[in-house]
Write a protein that binds this ligand. Structure first.
Ligand code: SF4
Length: 373
């Protein structure tokens, strides 16, 4: 049987407090992460049928940095037994052939914990700084303050070579974005993610829609990030990296390749099926293999999604890759639509690839609208 390479996402749905803008699957807890949740994760991971090897592992949440070292080791051990991942103990250099990322909240960061995470085999950290402005952190309802964010960055930058700083723009007051970007640069993280604040349905922020900034202000903040992070490669709409530090796990999503998600609410895309796990935490723990959504995608739908995802990347779509993957040239089904997008200045084409222009980055939704039409 063919062994496919996939990305693995593990959702840890626990947080100390709930941020009012957040619509992720999360659950407040003042205690440790319960062992019955970890047992449910184990059951789900070991129940996945099929033959797969793993190219990346990503612990997201929620707040994965609430896990104890033993709990992280437990999950890595389950992954090692199911997928044969070789997770070497840390010995001064990165021995893993795969990227293993964990999201961390600044208020969980201490030098000894970060050293433990690295020793366990977590070879990339994604630090949820969000802002260095006290006012913005309060506006977002974050538990950490600006001093804690600075201290966490100092610790992580001193121990990890491969780490990302996550930032949010568009929170009030917006004028603080520039100083947050300047502070970010002082730490020189090899990877930076910048996401616009959203006021999602079902969150306390839904009732505060009138505070949302105008689209043109949001666009200006986006451009400001691009200018300030000019020494980085702006390789994906919201992401910047130094050479060789692109997020390998997220590239699985942005190339529409296969991944398996474990934990409540986690998505998977395997064998042309997109599915979502049970969202309710208690139900998940009782029945960890239950699905809340399951969608069989046609080959055509997978091709459309593959194009849309690739056009989030500066490198765009490699035409020969597409032909190898789908067995026909991209122009066969999408030639006319691609020409429309090229004429509108959203894409450019050369002999090898079709790429988004900077206008295509800024108006990325329009690319999707034309392709699904
Ligand atoms: S933003 Fe992060 S820390 Fe805050 S509630 Fe959501 S998952 Fe938890």
């Amino acid at each position: 049987m063919e062994t496919k390479e996939i990305g693995i996402y593990i959702h840890i749905p626990y947080c100390r407090t709930i941020c009012p803008y957040c619509d992720f699957v999360r659950h407040p807890t003042s205690c440790n992460i319960p062992s019955r949740f970890l047992e449910a994760l184990k059951t789900e991971i070991l129940s996945l049928p099929g033959s797969y090897s793993v190219k990346s592992v990503y612990f997201g949440g929620g707040t994965p940095s609430l896990m104890t070292s033993d709990q992280i080791a437990f999950i890595l051990g389950v992954l090692a037994s199911r997928f044969g991942i070789r997770i070497a103990e840390f010995s001064g250099e990165n021995l893993q052939p795969i990227e293993i990322t964990m999201e961390a909240n600044p208020d969980d960061v201490t030098a000894s914990k970060v050293a433990d995470w690295q020793a366990l085999g977590i070879n990339r950290l994604s630090l949820g700084v969000q802002s260095f402005s006290e006012e913005v952190l309060k506006y977002l309802g974050r538990r950490h303050d600006a001093c804690t964010a600075v201290r966490a960055c100092e610790i992580v930058a001193g121990i990890y070579r491969n780490w990302s700083m996550d930032l949010i723009y568009g929170a009030l007051p917006v004028e603080t974005w520039e100083s947050t970007l300047c502070m970010c640069k002082t730490f020189q993280p090899p990877h930076v993610s910048t996401y616009g604040l959203t006021y999602e349905k079902g969150t306390p922020f839904e009732a505060r829609q009138d505070e949302k900034i105008e689209d043109d202000v949001s666009l200006e903040l986006y451009r400001q990030a691009e200018r300030e992070l000019g020494t980085y490669f702006h390789y994906e709409i919201s992401n910047f990296a130094k050479a060789g530090f692109e997020a390998r796990h997220n590239l699985v999503y942005w190339t529409n390749e296969e991944y398996a998600g474990f934990g409540p609410g986690a998505y998977s895309f395997l064998e042309n099926v997109r599915s979502r796990n049970e969202i309710d935490l208690d139900k998940y723990i009782i029945s960890p293999c239950g699905k809340s959504e399951r969608l069989n995608l046609s080959n055509y739908e997978v091709e459309v999604e593959t194009l849309i995802q690739h056009f989030r990347l500066a490198r765009g779509l490699d035409k020969s890759y597409y032909e190898r993957r789908f067995g026909h040239p991209v122009t066969m089904r999408f030639g006319e639509k691609l020409q429309v997008l090229i004429q509108r200045g959203l894409l450019v084409e050369d002999e090898y690839a079709i790429r988004p222009t900077s206008l295509g980055f800024e108006l990325n939704n329009e690319i999707g609208l034309v392709l699904v039409d």
